[in-house]
Design a protein around this ligand. Sequence first.
Ligand code: 3PG
Ligand code: MG
Length: 403
Amino acid sequence: MARFRTLDDLDVRGKRVLVRADLNVPLKDGLVTDATRIERLAPTLEALIARGAKVVVMSHFGRPKGPDSALSLRPLTAALAKAIGGRGVSFAADCIGEEAKRVVAALRPGEVDLLENPRFHKGEEANSPEFARALAELGDLYVNDAFSAAHRAHASIAALAHLLPSAAGKLMEAELRALTAALETPVRPVMALVGGAKVSTKLDLLHFVIGNVDVLAIGGAMANTLLFAGGTEVGRSLCERDMADNARSLLALARERSCRVILPEDAVVAAALEPGEPTQIFPIDAVPSDMMILDVGPKTVDRIVAALEEARTLVWNGPLGAFETPPFEEATVAVAKRVAALTRAGRLLSVAGGGDTVAALAAAKVTEELSYVSTAGGAFLEWLEGRELPGVAALAVAPGDAG
Ligand code: 3PG
Ligand code: MG
């Protein structure tokens, strides 16, 4: 990973600091239902406030096609204020132009303003230089703390970073350090745990992971596709039969790259994906043709746990079973608890991310016990595909630049 500046490299006192945040949080009836992203942003805002910066926060919200009151950031001022100890947060009803300038000009050191949704302007998603210049007029310095939006080459994420002295915020810094420790300079052996429904949506991810880890354990319905590709009958289970060739190439690549692949050897099977449905456990080559695989079985959990005991680094994306429907969360929860215990014991560096994964870890009550759980969905996946993220690239300090 390239070198980037952090908050400690900026002299923010009395300066207007534009902070690109990701406040794209779930909102119901005007109330935030999961404030995790806001809470994780708070340390950056607190640090800037404590150092006497004039803090100007901006974030997209939803995917508006133009100005759209239903996707205004205004209802988030209260949640933002709460996350920073109840300090007042002013709001600018536009993120550029006279209204924004007026509100920002009124800020005193240590005060915070929130700008309206930049996606109300076409220039944002177009990464327009003019729009970025209009944003840049509101700040002296730029801090990006939105790793979870870093896969978007949008003006407030990419173009703007080049117009002002820029740095990574604390959350961005923590994300980048965790992901670098897990995949770029890991302590080996490195294990990846990949689950989820479809191979087709994770082909690039599996490719990259196979090239970079020592052991890959696969669960979720995507394992059915790999098993099917190897000649195992999976009954009525979810399975992408048309992906069999891709699955076989992935397995061939794993052999070539000496990446050990752990596929399910037994399965929790039921007639339907319904809560409380009677279940049976079958060896993977004996799944009845009228039944569905809905979780990995206990022998598979044992194998995964044995591999975890030997691993020093873990990257985890995707649940091992249909975890939203009990009892098909059991394997995921059992493995999550083991990962937490090994991490606590200092034997494993564990990094996890992706919407379903975060929900599964929360259900297992171990979120706080892993080394790092990313708040990013798409950006985490793109990182796991080995792609350069525009928002991260824009923060890079050129070699030789004093920074
Ligand atoms: C997210 O919620 O994953 C990020 O905020 C990115 O949102 P987007 O997919 O609308 O760009
Ligand atoms: Mg830059």
